[in-house]
Design a protein around this ligand. Structure first.
Ligand code: PHE
Length: 337
């Protein structure tokens, strides 16, 4: 290569050079011990003696020119790289202070929806303590100590007689003791059981319904639940009662609704049955009324307890109850309206 060729090639290469490390490589390529310019300088020995001084001078001139180019280019690239890093690695300390829009928790959405529907039917909404006495959680509800029905609800005890309520039914006796019939109340809230898997959480949410009045029938209960289910899951939703047992209701029923996913044909959500078990209910056991000082020959009533997490899982197609308690923003913000 001639000096002129090297010069042209060098200028092209250096203008295309984008990083400090590329520039370093280029410097080795031209000015290094085995570099292009060094090779040209070595070829001086093949020239006639009289041409050597001027040739040597030209090469040295080019070397100086290149060195100064490298210097300038290096400065430029370094400052560009610094600018880029400042841009890219900038920590935006204002980020967390953005007022981000929150969303209501899916269980809160369900709770509000159910309460609104119950209020429309004339129910009051009340709440009660989560740390409860054994009396209200069990004994007043016709579940004495050592009653086998206690096995169904693995209980967190605080002391021998104080516990984390296992059911919002604990509110039934509190309500009946405090107020004379007629009573028409729902009590939403947290309940606790020592249980944990994809469909059980140690804390979950129920809403208790309690009606005490004269001449209440199972039909009133069914009508109320049909109204509720058709608004929660769609107008065509059907409700069915299956016989069950709870010490505080007699008769007791397990209530199923037609699967909102398949409309009752059978799918994986309802395990092919077309029905989804939703809640426990029944006519208030006269023993419970009497425990609370209500004359069971004059008054009767019904009660029901709905698992609100379960309603939310069905309504929103959520496969694992634990998602409700992880507080993962990516999960929660999907429910913002
Ligand atoms: N408390 C019951 C449960 O948690 C549900 C229920 C409430 C049953 C009211 C009957 C009446 O399983």
């Amino acid at each position: 290569m001639t000096i002129a060729e090297i010069k042209t090639e060098f200028y092209n290469a250096i203008t295309n050079c984008k990083t400090v490390s590329e520039l370093q490589d280029l410097k080795v390529k031209y000015l290094g011990k085995t570099g292009e310019l060094t090779a040209v300088l070595k070829s001086i020995k093949d020239l006639p003696a009289e041409e050597r001084p001027s040739f040597g001078a030209k090469v040295n001139e080019l070397r100086k020119e290149m060195e100064s180019c490298f210097g300038q280019r290096a400065e430029l690239l370094k400052s560009e790289e610094m600018q880029r890093r400042l841009r890219e690695e900038k920590v935006d300390i204002s980020l967390t202070s953005y007022p981000r829009r929150g969303a209501l928790h899916p269980v809160t959405l369900v709770e509000r929806e159910i309460c609104d529907l119950m209020i429309a039917m004339g129910f009051e909404v009340l709440s009660g303590p989560e740390i409860e006495t054994d009396y209200y959680n069990f004994q007043a509800l016709n579940i004495p100590e050592d009653h086998p029905a206690r096995d169904m609800q693995d209980t967190f005890y605080v002391t021998d007689s104080i516990l984390l309520r296992t059911q919002t039914s604990a509110m039934q006796a509190r309500l009946m003791e405090r107020k004379n019939p007629p009573l028409k109340v729902v009590c939403p809230g947290k309940v606790y059981r020592s249980d944990s898997d994809a469909s059980h959480s140690p804390v979950f949410h129920q809403i208790e319904g309690l009606v005490v009045d004269k001449n209440i029938t199972l039909c009133d209960l069914k009508g109320t639940l049909e109204y509720l289910a058709s608004h929660l899951f769609g107008a065509n939703t059907k409700v069915r009662f299956r016989p069950s047992f709870f010490p505080f209701t007699e008769p007791s029923v397990e209530v199923d609704v037609t699967c909102s996913n398949c409309g009752g044909k059978g799918c994986s959500l309802c395990k092919g049955t077309g029905w989804i078990e939703l809640l426990g209910a029944g006519m208030v056991n006269p023993v419970v009324l009497e425990n609370c000082g209500i004359d069971s020959t004059k008054y009767n009533g019904y009660a029901f307890g709905i698992g609100m997490d379960r309603v939310a899982m069905i309504k929103y197609g959520i496969p694992d109850i634990r998602l409700f308690f992880e507080n993962d923003q990516r999960f929660l913000k999907q429910f913002s309206k």
